[in-house]
Design a protein around this ligand. Sequence first.
Ligand code: ADP
Ligand code: MG
Length: 256
Amino acid sequence: MTPPELEVPLLRIDAVTKRFGGFVALDDVSVDIRPGERFGLIGPNGSGKTTLINCISGAMHAEVGTVVFRGEDITQLPAHIRTRRGIARSFQIPRPFKSMTVAENLMVALDFAAIGDDFVVAAQRRDTVMSILTQTGLAAKADLSTTGLSQVELRKMELARAMATHPKLLISDEAMAGLSSSEVDEVLDLLIKLASQGITIIMIEHIMQAVMRFSQRRQDHRDRRAGRGHGQPAGAGGLPWHLASPSMTLMRVTAP
Ligand code: ADP
Ligand code: MG
């Protein structure tokens, strides 16, 4: 086996900076994600986790630094091209097309990622969508309106939509927020199952137990601006979140 330090990263984020006006949301962030790994990205609210995901998926562009995926510099590529290269993300707040059924929502994602000859006939589309819905535990809901879904089902549908684009890298942005602990386990089991099929997964999550169970490697996206009034949220047992799990390997995204 190749030692991890010699493996070519699937994704390399190198010295990325993102500003909103004068506000620096990402300041010189570097992260390498290895092929096949389950990677946990943690950090307090407002520390720029979603912004980083936006810069990876193409919803936003880094002003400084590079994003390299499978050896290709994708920093300036638009989102739909990145999707076709194999990057999919779920949104923190589910955004279903409410007028459509669950299956139709997945078909939109399927078509979005299709290139040229990949456009498939209706029967095949249905088969592909049904196999993803079966995999994500939503087959029985295929022909229901998304308005009839529970919160946990909506979160699973977000992941199913991402899966419909056949990703090599799946980024899950707080897919478990607000769920009960048994529902958290359901989503966690689903993510671990998807990873076991060879999909590299970045999981962003506040629920430390979930991050600990899921990730083979974690990175602390601690807010460099914490000392400037952003504060530190509490973790388990009232400890600062980064001290709540002393066994965690903490690696700073940015220099102290
Ligand atoms: P996290 O996901 O870690 O909670 P975000 O990436 O959502 O953090 O936000 C990081 C910071 O950037 C926050 O202070 C947020 O208000 C700000 N921010 C995020 N998106 C925008 C935007 N489109 N315009 C202006 N400020 C933004
Ligand atoms: Mg966020």
